[in-house]
Design a protein around this ligand. Structure first.
Ligand SMILES: Nc1ncnc2c1ncn2[C@@H]1O[C@H](COP(=O)(O)OP(=O)(O)OP(=O)(O)O)[C@@H](O)[C@H]1O
Ligand code: SF4
Ligand SMILES: [Mg+2]
Length: 345
């Protein structure tokens, strides 16, 4: 089976007064049809830029200068603008972090949904409204038939995010990109919205790119995961394989940084050292200034991506000697603890 999305060696740069930001530096990964895939990494590692590169909605100063983004066999980077507009929304839908910025406060939900539905599904207003109500109902908006005439401010944050999910899914996309879809919401609401996303993904057989910081969410929803660091993919594989036996020192450090409840903490622990600046990033392996296993070669030569069984891919000079391993029980305990800490923050 071919991937629905095959991102091949893309380089996306931003041109700023201080210099060129090398945001994506040869990123490759794929998403199979109907597959929920996780995209994970610290802030600034290129997750959103990857999604925006695929949809060609980068900020004005950004450009994907090379590589291919193959969607259903077609390179999106080569498509004329007109065809790309059809892909956006109808084929590939994206849900952003903050539901308020994606809804226009001065229009009723009905107008904001039916307009896109009738445009993309080529149907009349009446049918578009029926589809909209049906979708709102499916994502758990109570009294959808009545509430569709309300304005965004009349809904809570969680309900607004459900509306955006309904709007995205009403166009029957094949691929859903959800970029930190719950971080702007209360913790209790986060779980409900994630449950909706998980349910809808299964029910509609969607391929999904779920961008998140939360390893608990990754474990629960995704089948495969791509770990990003400093504008590169450092490790890819089946979620269960990576959770039990991370092979890249950065992935290992991510799990290590899940906090323990025994120590009194008000915020999540992070991996020691700074996330790299992507103007003049570190040479060789971009993780070397923070890696406790780094050797001389790491600061000089970019590690190649090695592929082996079950779709596993790792970019580290020393992963074979290191043989990093996290025991199942230890990890489960740590993931639970992390979620508890999040709720208490
Ligand atoms: N318009 C821009 N101009 C300059 N640099 C940019 C621009 N947009 C993004 N970047 C840079 O590109 C890099 C990747 O950013 P991106 O938004 O993809 O991070 P992210 O992984 O989504 O982080 P977060 O988890 O915080 O959302 C960052 O270094 C960011 O500063
Ligand atoms: S290549 Fe070297 S610096 Fe990079 S992760 Fe592997 S050991 Fe660490
Ligand atoms: Mg982001």
């Amino acid at each position: 089976m071919d991937p629905i999305l095959d991102v091949k060696n893309i380089y996306t740069y931003f041109y700023t007064e201080s210099g060129i930001v090398e945001a994506l530096d040869g990123v490759s990964f794929d998403v199979m049809p109907r597959e929920p895939v996780g995209i994970v990494g610290e802030s600034g590692c290129g997750k959103t830029v990857t999604a925006k590169s695929a949809l060609r909605i980068l900020d004005k100063n950004g450009r994907t200068i090379s590589g291919e983004i193959i969607y259903k066999g077609v390179d999106l980077l080569k498509l004329p603008d007109m065809q790309m507009r059809r892909i956006r929304g109808k084929e590939i839908a994206m849900i952003f972090q903050d539901p308020m910025t994606s809804l226009n406060p001065i229009f009723r939900i009905e107008d904001q949904m039916t307009e896109v539905i009738s445009l993309h599904r080529k149907c009349g207003k009446k049918e578009a409204k029926e589809i909209a109500i049906e979708m709102l109902d499916q994502v758990g908006i109570p009294d959808a038939e009545k509430r569709i005439i309300d304005y965004p401010h009349q809904f809570s944050g969680g309900m607004r995010q459900r509306i955006l999910i309904a709007r995205a899914l009403s166009l029957q996309p094949s691929l859903l990109i959800a970029d930190e879809p719950t971080t702007a919401l209360d913790v209790t609401i986060q779980a409900q919205v994630l449950e909706i996303i998980k349910e809808m993904q299964k029910k509609l057989g969607l391929a999904m790119m779920l961008i998140t910081h939360n390893l608990g969410v990754v474990a629960e929803i995704t089948k495969r995961v791509h770990i990003f660091y400093g504008g590169r993919v450092v490790e890819s594989g089946l979620t269960e394989d990576i959770f039990l036996n991370p092979k890249h020192p950065y992935t290992y450090a991510l799990f290590e940084s899940i906090p323990s409840l025994e120590v009194d903490k008000t915020r999540l622990e992070t991996i020691p050292g700074m996330v790299p600046r992507l103007i003049n990033p570190p040479k060789g392996c971009r993780f070397h200034p923070r890696c406790k296993f780094a050797t001389e070669v790491c600061s000089r030569i970019r590690p190649p991506e090695i592929e082996f069984g079950r779709g596993r891919r790792v970019a580290c000079h020393h992963f074979e000697e290191l043989n990093l391993y996290i025991g199942k029980d230890v990890l489960r305990e740590k993931t639970v603890q992390r979620d508890q800490v999040k709720e208490e923050v």
